[in-house]
Design a protein around this ligand. Structure first.
Ligand SMILES: [Zn+2]
Length: 263
């Protein structure tokens, strides 16, 4: 694949695309989360998600028929087809809110995506629990009450909530693909007259640093019970400044990282 091949952003209509395209997106989803830093390729059936191997390691072990974990358990895929399909259907269905998706392609390959929605404050916790909670939804709902309070204090009634954003590992050099996705996302907010944005991530994710440079603030955190790590919610109560920069800088990556340092 020519590394200079042009990147193409397009809107994703999950309900309308064909099966072949759906599989491409599902594979990209699996590849992204199956690679470092998440390594959600496969997990030990005895120890759970705390004991994981990358998708690459899982595939190598599968070839030599060695899926045993040291503890006596065995490794089982984190994202089999039916699981990825279920996640994407749930995240991109249009029952409660109009979801928004953008994919980024290099040639015919899907190399990244962003999924988001415009969410009414009262529905936010529900949406967060639905799109990321594993297991005890009541406990997670309680844990997230403080997040709703922060929005209430900030008088934010509607928010652009981004619940998935990812770029394939081999395309993460430089922040151009990521910033193109962020641009697509923020313009969607603008088109809907919503200028507050929220997303969650862990500190290992490159987007954490980029978001801070672009003026987002970590305002809340909760434990990820599945992995034992911590996830952070980053909020920007008014991203008009980023939109402004995106209009004046041709390169969206520069527009983003300049936002906090320009007046
Ligand atoms: Zn084990």
């Amino acid at each position: 694949m020519n590394s200079k091949e042009k990147l193409k952003i397009s809107k994703l209509n999950w309900q309308e695309i064909g099966l072949e395209e759906k599989y491409k997106i599902m594979n990209t989803y699996r590849d992204i989360y199956g690679s470092p830093p998440w390594n959600e390729g496969a997990y030990c059936n005895k120890e759970g998600w705390g004991k994981r191997i990358s998708l690459q390691e899982y595939r190598e072990r599968l070839k030599i028929n060695n899926l045993h974990c040291d503890c006596g358990g065995y490794f089982t895929p984190c994202y089999p087809d039916e699981e990825v399909g279920r996640i994407l259907n749930e995240e991109l269905e249009n029952k409660d809110q109009k979801p928004f998706g953008v994919i980024i392609k290099k040639g015919e390959k899907v190399i990244g995506f962003v999924f988001a929605g415009i969410i009414i404050r009262k529905h936010l916790i529900n949406k967060v629990v639905k799109t990321r909670s594993e297991g005890d939804k009541k406990r997670d709902t309680r844990l997230l009450e403080g997040l709703e309070l922060i929005l209430e204090k900030g008088k934010i009634d509607k928010i652009l909530y981004c619940y998935e954003i990812g770029i394939k590992k081999e395309e993460r050099k430089g922040i151009t693909p990521l910033s193109l996705l962020i641009k697509g996302l923020l313009v969607y907010g603008e088109n809907n007259n919503v200028f507050s944005g929220l997303f969650w991530t862990d500190k290992k994710n490159a987007i954490y640093k980029i978001a801070i440079l672009a003026g987002f603030l970590p305002v809340y955190s909760i434990p990820d019970f599945r992995t034992g790590e911590r996830i952070f919610f980053l909020l920007n109560i008014d991203f008009k400044k980023i939109l402004y920069n995106l209009k004046i800088f041709k390169n969206p990556a520069i527009a983003l990282i300049r936002t906090n340092s320009t007046k």
